[in-house]
Ligand binder design. Sequence first.
Ligand code: 4AD
Ligand code: MG
Length: 465
Amino acid sequence: MKHTDISKLFQNSEDYLDREVTVCGWVRTSAEVKPMTFIQINDGTTSTKNLQLTIHQERISDEEYKSNIKPLLSLGVSLKATGILIASERNGVELEVETIEMLGDCPSTYPLQKKKTSVEFLRTIPHLRTRTNLMKTAMMIRSRLAYAVHSYFTQNGYIYLHTPIITDSDCEGAGEMFRVTTQPWNASYNTEEEYFENDYFGQKAGLSVSCQLEGEMAAVGGLGRIYTFGPTFRAEKSDTPKHVAEFWHVEPEVCFADINEIIEIGEDFIKYIIRDVMENCSEQLSFCDKFLEKGLLDKLNHVVNSEFARVDYTDAIEILQNSGRKFEYPVFWGCDLQTEHEKYLTDEHFKRPLFVVNYPKDLKSFYMKQNDDGKTVAATDLLVPGIGEIIGCSERETDYDKLVNAMTARNMPLENYQKYLDTRKYGSVQHSGFGLGFDRLVMYVTGINNIRDVLQFPRTYQHIY
Ligand code: 4AD
Ligand code: MG
């Protein structure tokens, strides 16, 4: 259908003023103020700005008005209109309608009526909530952030790698993988092995929790510097505002880089994509600043213009112990940092993004480089105020024997990791990487405080929206 995007009418209005244009969209509001009728429409090319269609009632017969215009005044109707674009003090531009027709009717059962709706209610209509200002804004910022992720890595010479989603190894060694199977349980199988032998792949398979191991194999395998960006899956039963079972994961892997270099890359990367979205989604971010998180723009400005903080895990424990705070979970060297601890560190103590470095090795995964102290690993989490961890990062253990020992200590089946171990056998090199939870980044940038509202169709524990 030949028509012009509403965004173009606002952005390049001088090209269209006093000319005839055709637009399409969904009705957001309408009003009859004799002798005029106003209909505001949105076509998805702008987030919150709607185009006003102006109809002069006296130019149409009563009968025609009743049969052709009246039905267009309901919320959610889709329509097509042609007319002259004119300047408007209030709206910038508006369309003086010459002809108008309905594309799709929308009965009064339409769940998005004018009254204010809660985010909880909107989650029950994921297929329609993309018509709200909130979701349109979230989806536009999300889309631009994804574009910025690709442009950052492309500009810096990374290869965009496609890794399998179906896998036979649980990357984190934490046993929280969804299983992939085509066969129902059958009581005649005596053992698990027997059962899996008859399954589609002839062995146990699941959905990948992280592309890291494949990423490492590609980078050390000769590609040098790669990144992956796609969905990964976690079967942990965490019903919180920041966990989904299917999340989008950005994972670079960089050869010849130690922990400090990968931290610098992580900081540079986050600043780059936030700067990009500030330049290209200013209208959407202003909306977020006004309605979702007061001071959001100042926060983002501060993030791109100041250095992220860094603290050793051991020092972070000391800060928490000396805080005078009573925490629900006890703080001691070796404890996992809980949300309340992370919150104190980022929101109250450091007040900016914070890399916590050198965690106790028992808290972290097998593949992390073991430090000389014998107690810690060269790993860091990037914590941000309001959310907590958005990046998990480490230098990787490159010593074959140390790696095997770490795997054995965790009872991992070495036979499943032979290819991975080979990378430490044939030309092993220092390398580091990280995983960014993309959905959490969208939360941070928009001020949306529940991960269910930065994905159109979130999947969470006990729920497929
Ligand atoms: O810290 P994680 O588990 O690290 C890894 O998976 C590494 N293999 C990454 C790597 O080094 N290549 O996950 C990385 C990030 C977390 O910091 C978090 O932001 C996000 O992924 N994340 C989740 N986001 C939403 N829902 C969940 N259930 C998430 N689990 C992890
Ligand atoms: Mg982590």
